[in-house]
Design a protein. Structure first.
Length: 246
């Protein structure tokens, strides 16, 4: 009986893990797939198939978060290299996103209350010492995998693959956007500080939203209201900037 219960439990765990990825889809131009084996993880699959890192798999399988044995995932796209210049080079097998009409705004100020839809609203030139993580954190990407979110908005909004292993000095990357319902990738956009914010604070290593609210005499709801798009239950990182007074 104990063995039967154990077997049923394992079956349910596998089924649940597979269900978690029902929202993951393969890109339309997928040229090669693999079936996940027991013991595999995103990093090992990426390495075994000539990809730079796990972030590449997310680009090839939108919505992918976890994997489970028996799951089929894309590991290579079939399109030729895009005419849009990649940042740091285009890894072999990466798909080319369809050209988009989304404008690139290079630092132009945004009028209060205006939320441009489906656009990169600010770019930044890569400087010596920058990393994908430092760019993501200092520009208010939060939650799980901020560097992957940073990569995804660049691919979606300016059709540019950002190679986090080789960020070239002098290239421009997208660092800000607003979520747009018909462009799923923009759910990865960073949160924003309220218009007219009078005082800000920069998160330090080890701080949480709870620490910051207490230090500034705020409730969590007040902090979220001052930082549109801030997810109260998601991680923050050293370098994230928050509005604490309006």
């Amino acid at each position: 009986m104990a063995k039967l219960i154990t077997s049923i439990t394992l079956t349910l765990i596998v089924a649940f893990a597979a269900a978690e990825n029902q929202n993951a889809t393969l890109v339309a131009n997928c040229a090669k797939t693999v079936t996940v084996q027991a013991g595999d993880n995103l990093a090992s699959i990426a390495e075994n198939n000539g990809l730079v890192n796990a972030g590449d798999l997310v680009l090839l399988n939108p919505g992918l978060t976890n994997i489970s044995p028996g799951q089929v995932i894309c590991v290579e796209g079939s399109d030729p290299v895009s005419a849009a210049a990649p940042v740091g080079g285009q890894p072999q097998g990466m798909p080319t996103a369809k050209p988009t009409p989304h404008a690139i705004h290079t630092g132009a100020p945004i009028a209060p209350g205006v939320n441009p839809q489906g656009q990169c609203i600010k770019t930044r030139t890569v400087l010596s010492g920058d990393t994908c993580f430092s760019l993501a954190a200092s520009n208010n990407f939060q939650g799980a995998e901020p560097t992957i979110k940073f990569q995804l908005i660049n691919k979606a909004l300016i059709n540019r693959y950002v190679d986090c292993a080789a960020l070239p000095i002098g290239e421009k990357v997208c660092i800000d956007c607003y979520a747009t319902p018909n462009i799923p990738e923009t759910s990865n956009c960073p949160y924003h500080l309220a218009n007219g914010c009078k005082r800000t604070t920069t998160a330090k290593a080890g701080q949480t939203l709870t620490n910051i609210t207490m230090a500034n005499g705020l409730s969590l709801n007040q902090l979220v209201a001052m930082n549109p798009g801030l997810q109260p239950d998601a991680s923050i990182y050293a370098g994230n900037n928050l509005c604490v007074q309006v």
